[in-house]
Design a protein around this ligand. Structure first.
Ligand code: SDX
Length: 441
């Protein structure tokens, strides 16, 4: 494994801070990565200066060194291990992208065959896991079921939770990638009261997922290759995205040495939020609430009102201040799926395109650089494919699992890795003596 840049950097570039209260100067090294902004190495800031940095939401903070995914928010660039997302979406498939994210390069034919085989033969769940579903109400949100069942896997696989053992880490990673579609499909089947459909080893990953979602024991299920390809591409688009909220959650949970399945369950919980992966479900609810193109101005006005908590779901991004490259591919995929299903006149698509145009022409959105993100079109595709609203974020979690496990492995293997323990700016009560009850008015 290559020595980390932050350990081996020989650059003599630095920045100097001057405390204008005391005139003290503090100098910190500047480290360059292979691409993207340089960083100021402030790891010794507190011990050298007595100061903390202050960056709520980590808008300007690099939490780790990583070689997995790179985003240039101004250019609208997304690279997985250096390969542009557009080229991977066009030429690759999700299994190959999983290999790329985990191992750092594209597989040759034999490596790809073996990886797909090994993943396929981990798709089944221990038969007792059925019982976990029975503990949920049928109308539970499937993301709640995902958090519970994935967390429960840590009670099953004691043979692969020694995180210091690379082989254990890879087995746990393969198990997570392989079993998420099964867990997700069973959450859906449980919600609609249909029997669980087992994975089939002759099917490809995305075909298997569609089969487990929509097949039933009463009749053969025919996989539509256009939909299978569309789903596979959507999984590629959602596979990883640098240090987003859910990935940072997985890293922070994993930094304490926690069980990998429990860490992924924490990532699922974070992804559920409407500001993050829950946005695809929120976009559909928003479009259905808007209902008609004539009401778009009313909602755009609300989104611009600082006193109104309403935001245009599917718009804006912490990093992308240009068009999210995934949204462009997603829109193209949306056309393909709706054409295949003869639903090109889907009113929600027309409404979404109308909303997109209004927002892109509106000075407020232009000034704040708010563009459609990956979640804006995905819900329309999922709805057209017959996937219920409550399952949209579940599909995002299935895709992002490979990113979470790749980032988790990278963190564990990082020689500079420590337990994550941020500090704070304390503004609460200073020391005061306890007041007996009789003394309190
Ligand atoms: C994902 O991090 C990732 O990489 C995430 C993700 C991934 O692959 O992991 O890309 C997946 O989560 C995509 C984002 C999905 N979320 C949504 O679509 C929800 C709607 N978007 C917003 O909630 C918002 O844009 C965020 C949360 C996505 C990003 O917000 P920021 O940039 O962290 O900061 P912010 O919320 O303060 O927004 C900056 C300004 C604010 O105005 P001011 O306070 O400066 O006056 O832009 C405004 C916001 O009010 N703003 C919006 C808006 N998004 C931001 N105003 C109206 N509608 C919006 N959608």
């Amino acid at each position: 494994m290559n020595k980390k840049v932050v350990e081996s950097s020989s650059s003599n570039r630095s920045v100097t801070l001057v405390d204008n209260a005391t005139g003290r100067e503090f100098t910190f090294p500047v480290i360059s990565g292979s691409v993207g902004p340089d960083v100021i190495d402030v790891r010794n800031l507190y011990q050298d200066t007595g100061f903390f940095t202050f960056d709520p939401g980590y808008t300007s903070t690099g939490s780790c060194e990583s070689g997995i995914t790179f985003i240039d928010g101004d250019e609208g660039t997304l690279l997985y291990r250096g390969y542009p997302i557009q080229e991977l979406a066009e030429h690759s498939d999700f299994m190959e992208v999983c290999y790329l994210l985990l191992y750092g390069d594209l597989p040759n034919a034999e490596q790809k065959r073996k990886f797909e085989h090994d993943i396929t033969y981990h798709t089944m769940l221990h038969e007792q896991i059925h019982k976990f579903y029975d503990g949920f109400r049928r109308d539970s949100h499937p993301m709640a079921v995902m958090v519970g069942v994935v967390g429960a896997l840590s009670a099953f696989y004691h043979d692969s939770t020694d995180i210091t053992n690379p082989r254990h880490r890879m087995i746990a990673s393969y198990r997570m990638i392989a079993k998420m579609p099964t867990i997700a499909a069973w959450a859906y089947k449980y919600a609609i009261g249909q029997p669980f459909v087992y994975p089939r080893n002759e099917l490809k990953y995305s075909e298997n997922f569609l089969h487990m979602l929509f097949a039933n024991p009463c009749e053969p299920y025919t996989i539509n290759p256009v939909l299978a390809r569309a789903l596979d591409r959507i999984l590629i688009l959602h596979a990883d995205h640098e240090q987003n909220a859910s990935t940072s959650t997985v890293r922070l949970a994993g930094s304490s040495g926690a069980n990998p399945f429990a860490c992924i369950a924490a990532g699922i919980a974070s992804l559920w939020g409407p500001a993050h992966g829950g946005a695809n479900e929120a976009v559909l609810r928003m479009l259905e609430e808007i209902g008609d193109k004539n009401r778009i101005p009313e909602y755009v006005k609300r989104a611009k009102n600082p006193d109104d908590p309403f935001r245009l779901m599917g718009f804006g991004h912490r990093v992308y201040k240009n068009y999210d490259p995934r949204a462009k591919i997603m829109r193209q995929t949306c056309y393909e799926v709706l054409d295949e299903l003869g639903a090109r006149d889907e009113p929600l698509l027309e409404l979404a395109m109308g909303l997109e145009q209004v927002a892109l022409d509106d000075e407020f959105f232009v000034k704040k650089k708010l563009y459609p993100n990956v979640d804006f079109y995905s819900g329309i595709i999922f709805k057209a494919m017959g996937i219920p609203l409550s399952m949209f974020t579940v599909l995002f979690a299935v895709a992002r699992t490979v990113g979470w496990v790749a980032q988790w492995n990278e963190m564990i293997e990082d020689p500079t890795q420590k337990i994550g323990r941020p500090r704070q700016l304390y503004t609460g009560a200073t020391r005061r003596d306890y007041k007996l009850l009789a003394q309190r008015t």
